[in-house]
Design a protein around this ligand. Structure first.
Ligand SMILES: Cc1ncc(COP(=O)(O)O)c(C=O)c1O
Length: 403
């Protein structure tokens, strides 16, 4: 199958309303035409590098399988917990990079069994204590080699400002020495990967409406930070290669930095997830625009005044600093807004709509983030060309809740 961004069709209220007519609300959906368009656009942007799928941003086994099958540019998964990696191995997936460290022995042990059975599951490390735990657990069963990946912190420190996240304590090869010594003393572990996730490039919008000065500052910080981050990752990777570590991958990026990160010559693969669903937090970047491929529908249950409607459910707030941008984004009909003093509520969400609505009508919203939406729904409607193609389980629907 070939997919191109031109497969995208204009979406309006009537389009989704017709598709979901008669269905129980709330419901969550993925528009497969738009998902395809996003996957094709990401593939173009990432070229020539392969992309690893960030499972936290997708949280649906059917979608993971679909993307890996249909788009050759996707290869391997970045899991977010060891329990999840074992769950995915059980489902038949291979090439699983754990994007975050874990200290849960009960979750690590099943992964070690999968490694013994031939799957590639790599653990993220940035601390001697994580290495020691993995080594101790490795001695409990049949011999094996556990692949590990070092998490290199890519933040930029400026006077009074950390531009980035607090991810790993390692920003240089000198800071990694104790870890490398611990790895040398751990015969069951092998360093096979390096990851440097430049969250400050990938996760900060730089084309926020009505914020001209702010956007200019962010873009300036991004280009400074990019130079520093690339130099840091290149130096670290080349030092590891000189020391003959069998590096299978150097991973970087996220949806927000695909086009930038691929220009770092040390990077062998990118990670992406959010850009496939394109949630609201990814609406305002200068370098790309993806199609809103995931959303949810609520039912209007009362009218509190002229143009003010309450819907059942909807309080699906995203993680992160608790600003208004973590709330769902009213989508269709166009022009709807949340009521500032109420936000999206635990059992009902009030909306102001310029378009008159009837009780029982659906309204459509988008989550601020990508995979988190599916922690609220057991199933998701997959729609294509104006019709429901399939209703499939989310992670939650599979009983797979990892945090
Ligand atoms: C290590 C790592 N890589 C990449 C990503 C980017 O994922 P996404 O494309 O969903 O923004 C994340 C997201 O937090 C991450 O933690």
């Amino acid at each position: 199958m070939t997919h191109s961004p031109s497969d995208a069709v204009t979406r309006d209220y009537a389009y989704y309303r017709h598709i979901f007519s008669g269905r129980r609300l709330p419901l969550a959906f993925i528009d497969l035409d738009l998902l395809d368009a996003n996957a094709a656009q990401l593939s173009q942007q990432a070229q020539p590098l392969p992309m690893r799928l960030a499972t936290k941003s997708l949280r649906c086994v059917t979608v993971l399988r679909y993307l890996l099958k249909e788009f050759p540019s996707f290869s391997g998964l970045m899991a977010y917990s060891a329990a999840e990696a074992a769950f995915l191995a059980e489902q038949g997936f291979d090439d699983l990079l754990l994007g975050y460290p874990t200290m849960e022995s009960s979750e690590i042990l099943p992964c070690l069994d999968w490694i013994r059975r031939g799957r590639w599951i790599a653990f993220m490390v940035d601390d001697v204590r994580q290495v020691e735990l993995l080594e101790a657990l490795a001695t409990r069963g049949e011999p094996l080699t556990i692949p590990v990946c070092v998490d290199l912190d890519m933040s930029m420190d400026l006077p009074g400002l950390r531009f980035g996240v607090f991810r790993s304590p390692i920003q240089s090869i000198e800071q990694a020495e104790p870890l490398l010594v611990a790895l040398a003393k751990a015969p069951h572990l092998q360093l096979q990967g390096l990851m440097g996730y430049e969250a400050q490039l990938a996760g900060i919008a730089d084309a926020t409406p009505k914020s001209g000065l702010y956007n200019r500052i962010i873009r300036l910080l991004k280009s400074w930070s990019q130079r520093q981050a690339f130099a840091r990752r290149q130096a670290f990777a080349s030092e590891l290669r000189q020391r003959s570590y069998p590096l299978r991958l150097v991973n970087g990026g996220g949806t927000g930095s695909v086009g930038r990160t691929k220009r770092d010559s040390s990077v062998t693969e990118l990670t992406v997830g959010s850009g496939l669903y394109a949630p609201a937090l990814f609406d305002h970047y200068k370098e790309f625009h993806y199609q809103p491929a995931a959303g949810f529908a609520l039912s209007v249950v009362r009218q509190a005044g002229p143009g003010i409607y309450a819907c059942a459910g909807g309080g699906y707030v995203a993680s992160g600093p608790t600003h208004a941008d973590k709330q769902p984004e009213p989508y269709l009909p166009p022009g709807m807004t949340l009521i500032k003093t109420l936000g999206s509520g635990e059992v009902q969400t009030s909306l102001q709509s310029p378009v008159p609505l009837e009780l029982g009508d659906p309204v459509f919203l988008r989550h601020a983030k990508a995979g988190e939406l599916f922690e609220r729904f057991n199933e998701v409607y997959l729609v294509r060309r104006g019709a429901i193609e399939q209703i499939v389980k989310t992670y939650r629907g599979e009983g797979a809740c990892f945090f």
